[in-house]
Design a protein around this ligand. Structure first.
Ligand code: ADP
Ligand code: MG
Length: 921
């Protein structure tokens, strides 16, 4: 921006530059007549991003400029927001016709990705604006979806608070983050080198004045927004960091929207421990909501596979639930019971889903109504949706009663009830319901779902059935609502009759058959007489306008009439606007009722969706066990199974899984899966995680039977070369991620390590995988699955009885190997790398030579085992090593080694052996 040259600019340009100075980091849309114009760098950016022509302004040839017609601006702005830009709208504040001086212009709104409201937002996804605030003792996080009113906050404290907050922030994937401008999102103390690349995932990061994050400003502002004097009711008492972050969000949204945000009337505070924790890497590896590789398309995600929801609210809840599964067994059991009841009753379920399908996006309609950006048709759409609520409530009641009929034991009229965990190998516990959420959904919604009939009736009776898009021309409000409006309208309609009467009379009086009484917006009412009849025009006609073939006249009577009709028209539009505003106000005043209903509809839709899928695909009800079990009989990978079904391919091969991380047992808690590439190892691992996540989301699962103990965290790590999408220093990334697991996993966690150690040399990789497995067994004892092509690791089973070897079954035939995708007991009997290479079409000569080399290699290995290795070290898998290295390893106590020391040791050892690489498969 060439600030220094300001004086040389025209007054208009000076006005522009003044506005731009106030919004340096937004693209300024400057209204000039029928266009919004952009100048300077803004113009270059917009022309590039929107593919519109860059020109130069006439009077100031040096100024790059481009523009969009104002009526099409919404579209262009939405595109810029999606690309992460902020946009400031500078409008004309007075009518150019009425002023001689330069028109006054002001920035009326600032639009940013985190506050977008445009209808093109993805219906199945929230669009969050997030704020982070640090106090001395805690890190607060708040986030708001302005388009739905979903507003939440969380707080983190103690060691690792920042990391946890960051993890949660990234999981939410907000489209915009605000933070205090001089301190940065995580304060000056946090290491920028590790933080910045992570924060870079959030496209738009907006600094906000520090004072907006001060307790004296932010907390009272939040209290005013939520309409309550204390924040206790929202669980925010004693959590100032979260309250301040939330207050800063309110400030930012209010100032950028320059509008009330009355639909944002509640906030949910939550603690991290409330849900199964999935870190961002795990969510991504498991393709819960986003595909790992964009080219594979959205169908590979668990979300898409599980989404047959009927409403946008249900879809958004499903998406959020998959990222935050439950951990309260009572709440989970209660959802199973609800799913089960709907699954068992096809007719009710179908009725229910049909009613749900008629319900549009209540949250987003309400948000538009609150922000006064809704037209008559939006309001009518709300009513058309509300109309289905009584049917939904009725279906819920029927499901509630048919369910209690089927399960007399579970019947109770005293409120919450939960079915106990069904019989398992160990005695089951009866789980006491804790929260309202564990109340049986169908009973709860048949009594508490607010059908909003009053609002629905008010809208239907107030508006005409097919209103125009806007209020500008009237014709929106139904007859019978306002006496004055009805009167004014009858003037309008009797007017049409009077015009016909006047026309008729004047024709007879003048004897001119072609005489016409007409109206246009410039001249009002007039009498038109063709040139040939001008001689017969009476003296009381007053000439108004001359055309080529005709003249137009008016009369005192017509003038009177015109005034009456036009005032009636103006006045009636005014009344219509007032009535519409009253209706809007009434809806806004009832916003919290609508939002509560919307939240219940989301849950009903989610449960009906699970029931539908359970029936359709034969999913079964999981059983919760108090012990840290994971037993799956004939489990299937939900995504791959469905993709195979859709493609009409051979059926997915079901597999069993048994893990038990209880203390006093010798049952396996860690499965080591070996076998060739493409055998089905990764699928088996992910399937286990998907089933646990589905189960804890309250869904039935693709398995004949599943019994599990609640999992507190799921970790998935994929060895570097299986994860090429990540690009940069992948081995380092893999090790950092592994470090996180070893430092934070608990005995209740589920850990999946897929091809760990692949990203480095075989020797390093194998050693690290080995050490990691030992550490997992000695110090964590969680349920874990470890897929590897390091055949050598299978020996660990000798040392750790609870580590169990499995392999993927292969059929060998004269034509090569066939993958059976069956998981079988015991280690793979050998590596199949060369067989896979052959399948892949490597030339026969190469295959032959590879087999020779392998044989030579194996022979030398056996030879060296005899001479060089101490048996206790179990290092027989390595090719000849100098005794020095073996001694170094022998004297190293892995238990006391820090990860850093281990890496240093590895480096030294590596230096010893030089560049020699060892191949094992
Ligand atoms: P690995 O990790 O052992 O290399 P993957 O798990 O990636 O193997 O599986 C390779 C392919 O085999 C998958 O893309 C899938 O199409 C198929 N596959 C895996 N498991 C099964 C199964 N249980 N039934 C049918 N096909 C399977
Ligand atoms: Mg794999």
């Amino acid at each position: 921006m060439p600030e220094a040259t300001t004086d040389t600019h025209t007054p208009l340009m000076r006005q522009y530059l003044a506005a731009k100075r106030q919004h340096p980091d937004a693209l300024l849309f400057f209204r000039l007549g029928d266009f919004y114009e952009l100048f300077f760098d803004d113009a270059k950016t917009a022309s590039r991003e929107l593919q519109i022509t860059l020109t130069a302004r006439d009077k100031e040839r040096s100024v790059p400029m481009c523009g969009v017609p104002y009526h099409a601006a919404e579209n262009y702005i939405a595109r810029l927001l999606r690309q992460g830009y902020r946009v400031a709208i500078c409008d004309q504040m007075e009518d150019p016709k009425l002023t001689k001086k330069i028109v006054r212009r002001e920035v009326t709104r600032v639009l940013s990705p985190g506050t977008a409201l445009d209808p093109s937002l993805a219906a199945d996804q929230n669009n969050y604006l997030a704020a982070v605030h640090l106090t001395d003792s805690a890190t607060g996080l708040a986030f708001l979806d302005l388009s739905t009113g979903d507003f939440r906050a969380a707080e983190f404290s103690g060691p690792g608070a920042t990391a946890q907050c960051l993890e949660e922030l990234l999981r939410l994937a907000p489209s915009e983050l605000i933070f205090p401008s001089t301190r940065g999102p995580f304060g000056p103390k946090t290491d920028a080198a590790t933080l910045d690349p992570l924060l870079a995932q959030i496209k738009t990061r907006t600094p906000v004045d520090d004072w907006a994050f001060s307790p004296d400003f932010a907390v009272p502002l939040l209290e005013r927004q939520l309409g309550s004097r204390s924040l206790e009711g929202f669980g925010l008492a004693g959590h100032p960091a979260a309250a301040i972050a939330a207050g800063a969000i309110v400030h930012y949204v209010r100032t950028t929207q320059q509008n009330e945000i009355s639909h944002v009337d509640s906030l949910r505070f939550y603690a991290r421990a409330e849900c199964l924790h999935l870190d961002q890497v795990t969510a991504r590896n498991l393709e819960l909501v986003e595909p790992l590789f964009s080219e594979s398309g959205p169908d590979v995600t668990l979300f898409r596979t599980m989404d047959t929801c009927c409403t946008p609210m249900g879809k958004r809840m499903l998406r959020a639930s998959l990222l935050r599964p439950m951990i309260d067994p009572a709440a989970i059991e209660s959802r199973y019971a609800a799913v089960d009841a709907a699954r068992a009753d096809l007719i009710r379920r179908e009725e229910l889903r049909r009613s749900l399908s008629g319900i549009l996006d209540l949250d987003r309609l309400l948000a538009r109504i609150s922000l006064d950006s809704a037209g008559p048709r939006d309001v009518l759409a709300l009513a058309a949706s509300l109309k289905h609520l009584p049917e939904v409530r009725k279906s819920a009641a029927q499901l509630a009663s048919s369910h209690s009929g089927c399960h007399p034991k579970e019947r109770s009229d005293e409120g919450p009830r939960v079915s106990s965990a069904p019989q398992t190998t160990t005695p089951s516990v009866t789980i006491e319901p804790k929260a309202a959420s564990s109340e049986f959904l169908w009973t709860r919604s048949s009594t508490t779902l607010d059908p909003l009939e009053d609002l629905c009736a008010a809208i239907f009776s107030t508006l005409v059935p097919e209103p125009p898009l806007t209020l500008a021309e009237g014709g929106v409000i139904a007859a019978g609502i306002d006496a004055e409006l009805d009167d004014l309208r009858s003037i309008g309609s009797s007017g049409r009759a009077s015009i016909a009467a006047i026309e008729d009379r004047e024709r007879r009086r003048t004897g001119i058959g072609s005489l016409k009484v007409r109206f246009n917006s410039v001249f009002g009412y007039y009498i038109e007489i063709t040139k040939s009849n001008l001689a017969s025009v009476p003296a009381d006609y007053e000439r108004k306008q001359t055309l080529v073939n005709a003249e137009r006249f008016t009369t005192p009577e017509l003038k009177d009439y015109e005034t009456k009709v036009l005032t009636a028209q103006e006045r009636s539009v005014e009344i219509e606007k007032r009535i519409f505003a009253d209706l809007r106000r009434r809806l806004v005043d009832n916003a919290s009722r609508i939002r509560r209903t919307s939240a219940t509809i989301a849950e009903i839709d989610l449960v009906a969706n699970f029931a539908h899928l359970a029936a359709l695909r034969g999913y079964t009800r999981p059983r919760i066990d108090p012990a840290p079990f994971l037993e799956i009989v004939a489990g299937r990978h939900p995504v791959i199974e469905r993709l195979m079904d859709n493609a009409g391919e051979t059926r997915f091969v079901p597999n069993d899984l048994y893990l038990d991380a209880s203390d006093n047992t010798s049952a396996p808690n860690l499965l080591l899966i070996t076998g060739p590439n493409m055998g089905g190892k990764s699928t088996y691992l992910r399937q286990a995680a998907h089933l646990v996540i589905l189960a804890q989301t309250g869904s039935f699962v693709p398995a004949d039977r599943m019994t599990y103990g609640i999992v507190d965290r799921v970790y998935t790590r994929i060895g570097a070369s299986d994860n090429l999408a990540r690009g940069r220093s992948t081995f380092m990334v893999e090790m950092t991620e592994t470090a996180t697991i070893l430092n934070t996993a608990t005995a209740q966690s589920l850990i999946l390590l897929d091809e760990m150690g692949r990203g480095t040399s075989t020797f390093d990789g194998l050693a690290l995988a080995w050490a990691t497995l030992e550490y997992l067994q000695r110090h964590i004892g969680a349920r874990a699955l470890f897929a590897t092509h390091y055949h050598e690791l299978t020996m660990l089973a000798d040392e750790f009885p609870r580590l169990k070897n499995l392999h993927v079954a292969i059929q060998e035939s004269p034509h090569g190997i066939v993958f059976l995708h069956r998981i079988e007991q015991g280690p793979a009997d050998r590596s199949y790398g060369i067989d896979v290479a052959r399948l892949a079409g490597l030339p026969p000569a190469v295959i032959l030579r590879a087999r020779q080399v392998l044989r030579l290699h194996e022979r030398s290995e056996q030879h060296n085992v005899a001479v060089e290795t101490e048996p206790s070290l179990q290092l027989t898998m390595f090719t000849p090593l100098s005794q020095r290295i073996l001694d170094r390893l022998a004297e190293t106590d892995i238990d006391t080694l820090t990860p850093l020391q281990a890496l240093n040791l590895l480096e030294e050892l590596k230096a010893e052996i030089g560049d020699r690489k060892v191949s094992t498969s």
